[in-house]
Write a protein that binds this ligand. Structure first.
Ligand SMILES: *Cc1c(COP(=O)(O)O)cnc(C)c1O
Length: 356
């Protein structure tokens, strides 16, 4: 069963990804808005693992990975690079925004592409596909002793081979001032067979934490639960990040079910992220007021252990700002003005007509 997950299984999944309209139509009957997206040409990378494609009967999951014509529409305030990462890029794959921690974009490849991806500008782009050997990045981290936490992300680093992951983590661990290593991944949800005993042993050896991406309780299928249990059995620390998505998970019941479900498999809900104003994401974004309402409702209701922190990533590179109430935000016309940890103001597009 689960413990027999092998390299053959996940490599088969990658080799047989759904990347065309024709392949997608073998799994689902396309709706008008989805068909129109393929007719018009999809602006961002598209791929779904056969494993995840088999779960698309669930409308919430379908919405997050199947393109619709709406992603071709750029709205006011939307940006290709909403977090201003390019301004903080210090090597070809390193983003340095905060003193203590860096974001290491080790690959641009994902097994499955989310339609609301904050890095839709770069993920799955063939030009940037095979990165490495990362020498500039390792040297930068070595030369900056203030860096104690390295978040390896992408793309999805867990789709790299065992040898590459082992080498990368080993090199980071050889830097004495690096104390924490995290890997950001959606693999347990979209490619759970990737979580082999060998991979678990590598993560364990380098004491890497996992920062996982889950958006809906329907993702917590037996295969995914087994994958997380294998990781947990190896002593891997796991947290989850959930993007708040309109019509997918923007209600108390869905979030409650997801967060309790994650705790059951030893994954601590860490962040509930306001959806970044990335180009073509308007149909996914909830009003900020709605997010505050939801997190307040959770605080008054469920286990504190199950409650993540609701954060908005300040557009333009201001960093993550936790939101609890109205103290740190005010409205200015069609925008929300938010105050970050430095007392600086940033603007988030939030049309008054979008409903709270
Ligand atoms: C989110 C992020 C991190 C990690 O932030 P935490 O709040 O510590 O999880 C680091 N660097 C960048 C650029 C980020 O966007």
């Amino acid at each position: 069963m689960a413990s027999e997950a092998s390299d053959l299984d996940w490599k088969w999944q990658i080799a047989n990804r759904i990347t065309t309209r024709h392949q997608l139509e073998e799994h689902i009957r396309l709706e008008e808005e989805e068909r129109a997206a393929f007719d018009a040409g999809i602006p961002f990378s598209f791929a779904i693992t056969p494993y995840y494609a088999a779960r698309l009967v669930h409308p919430a999951l379908r919405r997050t990975v199947v393109p619709t014509i709406r992603e071709g529409k750029a709205m006011t305030g939307e940006l290709a690079d909403p977090l201003g990462e390019e301004n903080h890029r210090v090597t070809p794959e390193l983003i340095h925004t905060y003193p203590d921690k860096v974001l290491f974009l080790a690959t641009t490849f994902c097994s499955t592409y989310c339609r609301y991806c904050t890095r839709s500008r770069m993920v799955g782009k063939p030009t940037a596909a095979a990165r490495g050997p990362y020498e500039d990045t390792f040297r930068y981290i070595e030369e900056h002793e203030s860096i104690r936490d390295v978040l390896v992300s992408g793309g999805d680093p867990l789709v790299m081979t065992d040898a590459v992951i082992d080498g990368l983590l080993g090199r980071l661990r050889s830097i004495p001032h690096v104390r924490t290593i995290r890997i950001g991944s959606k693999v347990p949800a979209v490619l759970p067979m990737r979580i082999t005993e060998e991979l678990c042993a590598i993560l364990r050896r380098h004491q890497a934490w996992l920062s996982l991406h889950f958006i809906h309780p329907a993702e917590l299928a037996p295969e995914t639960r087994d994958a997380c249990r294998r990781l947990s059995d190896h002593g891997i620390g796991m947290v989850s990040q959930t993007v708040l998505l309109k019509g997918v998970n923007d209600d108390v019941e869905t979030l409650t079910d997801l967060f309790y479900g994650l705790l059951e498999i030893n994954v601590k809900p860490y962040y509930l992220l306001q959806c970044d104003p990335v180009k073509g994401s308007a149909h996914f974004r909830t009003a900020v007021g709605k997010g505050i309402e939801l997190i307040r409702a959770l605080h008054g209701r469920i286990s504190g252990l199950a409650i993540p922190q609701y954060v908005i990533d300040a557009p333009g590179g201001g960093g993550k700002v936790p939101l609890l109430g109205n103290e740190q935000i005010r409205r200015d016309g069609e925008e929300i003005v938010i105050i970050n940890h430095e007392g600086k103001e940033f603007r988030y597009p939030d049309p008054t007509g979008s409903g709270a």
